[in-house]
Design a binder for this molecule. Sequence first.
Ligand SMILES: *Cc1c(COP(=O)(O)O)cnc(C)c1O
Length: 404
Amino acid sequence: MSSSVIDFLATEARLGTKNYEPIGVVLSRGEGVWVWDTDGNRYLDCLSAYSAVSQGHCHPKILAAMVEQAHRLTLTSRAFHNDQLAPFYEEIAALTGSHKVLPMNSGAEAVESAIKSVRKWGYEVKGVPDGQAEIIVCANNFHGRTLGIVGFSTDPETRTHFGPFAPGFKIIPFGDVAALEEAIAPNTVAFLVEPIQGEAGVIIPPSGYFPKVRELCTANNVMLVLDEIQTGLGRTGKLLAEQHEGIEADVTLLGKALSGGFYPVSAVLSNNEVLGTLRPGQHGSTFGGNPLACAVARAAMRVLVEEGMIENAARQGARFLEGLKDIRANTIREVRGRGLMLAVELHPEAGRARRYCEALQGKGILAKDTHEHTIRIAPPLVITSDQVDWALEQFATTLTQDLS
Ligand SMILES: *Cc1c(COP(=O)(O)O)cnc(C)c1O
């Protein structure tokens, strides 16, 4: 480690709140699938900032759109119109087949906004008695870090000593249709769920689960809210993960890759009247829908489609998954994934996944552990076959070591 790296780490340790435990690499530059540290070492980014950098680091067209817009107009607040919001609405609605759009900033804000909207819809349209609305969520969910959201997390790390929490949430197991059927009550307004549980370790539900969920929600007039903040925008090899299931959500949440990693941009999308219940003054955000965000998001969506990134995610994801399955290593318990949202779960005896991520760093790969024994793999969607093959060689040599 060079002295400059030690300085960065020491200063962070001294002055920063220790709410993260980063791998010991200090990055200073990125391009496409690659990032460089302060010593000039190059790494293949297999995290993509939790799928926010799906279009690749510093995509030139998104960069150009951002710089161009930053020269013209960055923020007006929603007290006035701006000339980027309407085109953003047109383009995101056309891309996703949505009828209404609510622009926000972080993913957690999109989730909070959806919760507020479905509750309001419940009271004003469904006829739920005021204050009685219930939302069903899944165990091991990850929807963000606000107080409202961590209150219905089942991860003790996430919630301990942050309460008291808001009531109105019922938790059921993920992938369990019978549990959903049993949990739905007259005051249920929504079922909020990830199509694939990302932070939980890339947990793919049993096939047939979501079509049944869709049926149950429709039959009971319950809004199906899909949190596609991580799975959306091509990550799983389709524009939206719901397309693998052949269903349509009532409310879809996007974030992360909506800006290609340049800026926090999120959105609540609805194909019915849920968002129509919000009236002037009832919800908002100073930065939500600002012209800079809209210009960046428009470019981020455009390159995703124009450059064939979604198809590439399907193709390279299949290649990556096959390659991981071909690795013969006693450390591996299971390999799973859809598109370029992949995970290797290690046997508990193999030791912490963190150790393997650190070993991968030494081989030029940045990946992130999740939940002790799982390595999550999510490179930018612009990865090539040669890069996948090279990454697989690094995974094979790392995973055949015993680092317990
Ligand atoms: C990352 C994530 C969020 C939260 O997004 P932030 O921008 O970090 O607030 C919500 N839901 C899912 C599924 C996510 O992966």
